[in-house]
Design a protein around this ligand. Structure first.
Ligand code: NDP
Length: 485
């Protein structure tokens, strides 16, 4: 019998599901059991061509609609997503292995927030009038054209919406390629947009590996590329886009600092560290994986952290009581286990976890290392799994310098009751998305993105509009033209 997660076909182009079994088969594995639940096929060159030509054509009429009309469609799509939240969350859990407890509140819901927010903004995207005596200049905010979205595997619904909603609000069309690891959810986003009234071809989904992404990024018809992925992939995609002088948004990896001062509320700081390391089993780009704890509070913090981490409920992600799921793939599990071994070898002190959980599927116990030093591999490289490194510090000056000593700059957080210090420290940290006495909140109203190697551009908020549109300026002369001859 066909598994309920099996999509009708692999791709969604020009308003309908499209199949081409000549492409490389991509098995979809449910991470909690290792069972194959679906198969999709990578896009062939013919499928890529169909998606790009359709999107290019559909964009023209879409951009000519009023912002109010476009916005209404996006907001209708948001309503449909919310109505179907349960089914979409189950699919997200099949796609990623993340527990239903999380997907019910973080995936289709945040996708719907993006559709609603950018739907609301669509009607207010205007230019300005610049008076110049009798003459004037007016500006228009125009769509870029055809945009390509490429997603990572941790938030397949959210990433499709975070890219699709602002792109469409501005009058662009999109061809979206999900990660080959999680190909299912973006198809549902495409289906819902059509149901909400989006013209066929405005939002298309094609499957495939890096090769398909590469074909999309280098096509001369494409005006913009928005990637969520790792820094190495980001460098390749950015370079390919630059060769075609395309706009880019790069949402890449991190190794973010979470700084806890002696005066912090211990339980809140522990809660922040848990949210910043163990949500989605640690597969979150903005995670605060370098937890710097001031020496005075260290033992108290570690004791409470170990106690609360022991309360994690690891198991069947479809059981709503489960609060901690598996790694997305066997490969990712092995990468993370490799880092855990490195942590042990390099002399970090294991506080809890540290091994694969004793059950089917790709589960790793939530792991905390203490006495981690700046030069250890686990403190330098993005692990993308449930491995928290706790480092000690004495002074504010010292911790800020150490926190900034990394190529990454996605997020940063600080826990302290001293607000003057909180703002000063955040002001001195090299990071794009920061938190004071909190960690990992990502409301659509707030800009999200990194500095340094962690990215270029911002998603969400009014900032995203700037990255999916361009300004045309028009000089209007009221009198005669003066010329030299
Ligand atoms: P990857 O960088 O491996 O892949 C990202 C996407 O790019 C995938 O769809 C991948 O396809 C595609 N791709 C790979 N090579 C190319 C290429 N040459 N040209 C075009 N596309 C290509 O990232 P992961 O999927 O492993 O995701 C984890 C990473 O994503 C982490 O580093 C994490 O920090 C980052 N991330 C960043 C976020 C942010 O907002 N800043 C949010 C979430 C994750 P395929 O995988 O099918 O080969």
């Amino acid at each position: 019998m066909t598994h309920p997660a099996q999509p009708k076909a692999s791709h969604f182009i020009n308003g309908e599901y499209v199949e081409d079994t000549a492409g490389t088969p991509i098995p979809v594995i449910y991470a909690a059991t290792g069972e194959q639940i679906a198969t999709v096929y990578a896009a062939t060159p013919a499928i890529v061509e169909q998606a790009l030509s359709t999107a290019k054509e559909a964009q023209k009429a879409w951009a000519k609609m009023t912002g109010t009309e476009r916005g209404r469609i996006l907001r209708r799509a948001a309503d449909i997503m919310r109505e179907r939240n349960h089914d979409l969350s189950v699919l997200e859990t099949y796609d990623t292995g993340k527990p239903l407890q999380e997907t019910l509140v973080a995936d289709a819901t945040s996708g719907a927030d993006a559709l609603e927010y950018f739907g609301g903004l669509a009607a207010s995207l205007t230019g300005e009038h610049i008076p110049l005596g009798e003459d004037w200049v007016y500006t228009k905010r125009e769509a870029l054209g055809l945009c390509v979205g490429i997603g990572a595997w941790n938030y397949p619904t959210q990433i499709a919406c975070w890219k699709g909603a602002p792109a469409l609000a501005c009058g662009n069309s999109m061809v979206f390629k999900p990660s080959e690891t999680t190909p299912l959810c973006a198809l549902k986003v495409a289906e819902i947009l059509i149901e909400a009234g989006a013209p066929a071809g405005v939002f298309n989904v094609v499957q495939g590996m890096g090769e398909v992404g590469g074909a999309l990024v280098t096509d001369p018809r494409v005006d913009k590329v928005s990637l969520t992925g790792s820094v190495p992939t980001g460098k390749k995609v950015y370079a390919a886009a630059a060769a075609g002088m395309k706009h880019v948004t790069m949402e890449l990896g991190g190794k973010s600092p979470l700084i806890i001062f002696d005066d912090a509320d211990v339980d809140n700081a522990v809660g922040g560290a848990i949210n910043g390391n163990f949500y989605s089993s640690g597969q979150v780009c903005s995670n605060g994986t370098r937890v710097f704890v001031q020496k005075g509070i260290k033992e108290k913090f570690l004791a409470r952290l170990a106690e609360r981490t022991g309360n994690a409920i690891i198991g069947d992600p479809m059981d709503e009581a489960t609060s901690f799921g598996p790694m997305v793939t066997e490969n990712q599990m092995n990468i993370v286990l490799g880092y855990i071994e490195k942590g042990k070898e390099e002399g970090a002190r294991l506080i809890c976890g540290g091994k694969r959980a004793d059950m089917d599927g790709y589960f790793i116990e939530p792991t905390v290392f203490a006495d981690v030093t700046d030069d250890m591999t686990i403190a330098r490289e993005e692990i993308f799994g449930p491995v928290m490194s706790v480092l000690d510090f004495d002074t504010e000056e010292e911790v800020v310098a150490r926190a900034n000593d990394t190529e990454f700059g996605l997020s940063a957080g600080v826990f302290t009751k001293d607000f003057t210090r909180a703002h000063r420290v955040i002001g001195n940290l090299e990071a794009g998305s920061c938190f004071i006495n909190s960690y990992n909140d990502a409301p659509v109203e707030a800009p999200f993105g990194g500095v340094k190697a962690s990215g270029v551009g911002r998603e969400n908020s009014k900032e995203a509009i700037k990255h999916f549109s361009q300004v045309k300026s028009v000089y209007v002369r009221m009198g005669d033209v003066e010329a030299a001859f």
